[in-house]
Design a protein around this ligand. Structure first.
Ligand SMILES: [Zn+2]
Length: 105
């Protein structure tokens, strides 16, 4: 993972646009959160502020906040809507209960 990507993910986590599964440590987007758009706007605000105000970020992104906001939206677009491992687990549980139901008493 590149440093720029790390910064983008850091912002996303800080503004809670991206979350980390506590069980599998996987990044995902929480689409069910009602304040999602608000968080997203906040994430872009933080990104722009970092590049404008702080030298290390400015240097990393060549004083161009758009580079960071673009990367941020790419990162968000690439993230799954829920933890893929949790989803896989949920499906396998469903399958098992289905088999049990069809076996019947
Ligand atoms: Zn998980």
């Amino acid at each position: 993972m590149g440093k720029k990507q790390e910064i983008a993910i850091g912002i996303a986590l800080q503004t809670q646009v991206l979350k980390t599964c506590p069980i599998h440590n996987q990044l995902y987007r929480d689409d069910e959160a009602p304040a999602d758009d608000e968080n997203m706007a906040r994430a872009f605000g933080v990104a722009i502020e970092l590049v404008h105000r702080y030298k290390p970020y400015a240097e990393e992104f060549n004083h161009d906040a758009h580079q960071l906001t673009d990367l941020l939206s790419q990162t968000l677009g690439a993230a799954p809507v829920s933890c893929p491992d949790c989803l896989a687990q949920r499906y396998s549980v469903k399958e098992q209960s289905g088999k049990r139901a069809s076996a019947g008493p």
